[in-house]
Design a protein around this ligand. Structure first.
Ligand SMILES: [Zn+2]
Length: 251
């Protein structure tokens, strides 16, 4: 059974638009990831998670859409190579893609987000769609399905961008593209401890990355390991499989 919509013919695709098929839409970004990780890490990883999870699901397997490679990366625009959408553009793209799916009969759509900067726009898009199409279930996975494993494996503060966590997961699924000798912990400055990304009691703000970190890295990539990356991926993929199987069973 094919899982990639892009590889199906229209006849094959038309058989998959049934009410219990789960559709997975990976969304990423193209943005600086420190001096050591590829620009498309978030897009590659979101797509990777969807494909790995889909392959491990029972039949009928979910359908994985071609990924949305670009995301909201306004905060990384001081670094060359970053390509950003405006938040309203991403909202429009997601609404248009999901509306196409709904017109063909999709009833269960999961957006798998690989980039924290997309979370607000994706939330807006799915909130709007859920209001418009009451009979369709729209779900947003911002990476929280394996939060317990993440907290256990990665205990460093503010480890949210190209740090120990993300360098570990990249060492596992794209180790040949990780330039580990260049991986250095950034010097982090926040205007208030209540604005730290890992603060238990926090408020949100939206600074440019180079206002917060000296090298565009948040977290310590020097502590990364392929083994931790493997364990993290296993947990994330298992979490996504569990969600999909639950959604398949739900009315
Ligand atoms: Zn990333």
């Amino acid at each position: 059974m094919k899982i990639l919509l892009g590889e199906m013919t229209r006849e094959e695709a038309s058989k998959r638009f049934t009410p219990d098929t789960v559709f997975l839409l990976p969304v990423g970004s193209v943005e600086q990831h420190g001096p050591h990780l590829p620009l498309d890490t978030d897009a590659f990883d979101a797509n990777y998670a969807c494909i790995e999870a889909a392959m491990r699901c029972s039949d009928p397997k979910p359908v994985v859409l071609p990924p949305v490679y670009y995301g909201v990366s306004l905060h990384h625009m001081h670094y060359k190579g970053t390509i950003t959408l405006m938040p309203e553009t991403l909202i429009t793209v997601i609404v248009d893609i999901c509306t196409s799916l709904v017109r063909h009969g999709a009833k269960k759509i999961v957006v798998v987000n690989g980039h924290g900067g997309n979370a607000h726009a994706l939330g807006c898009a799915l909130q709007t769609l859920s209001h418009q199409y009451e009979e369709v279930l729209f779900v947003l996975d911002n990476g929280g399905l394996a939060e317990g494993t993440r907290k256990r494996l990665f205990t460093g503060r503010n480890d949210v961008h190209a740090g120990e966590y993300e360098t570990s997961t990249s060492l596992y699924n794209r180790g040949d593209l990780v330039q580990l000798e260049k991986a250095k912990e950034g010097e982090i400055i926040f205007p208030s401890r209540y604005l730290e990304f890992s603060a238990a009691e926090r408020a949100h703000y939206f600074p440019f990355m180079d206002m917060v970190s000296s090298n565009g890295v948040l977290g310590n990539p020097e502590k990364a390991s392929k083994e931790k990356g493997k364990e993290m991926w296993e947990a994330m993929i298992a979490g996504l499989v569990n969600l999909i199987e639950d959604l398949k069973r739900s009315g």
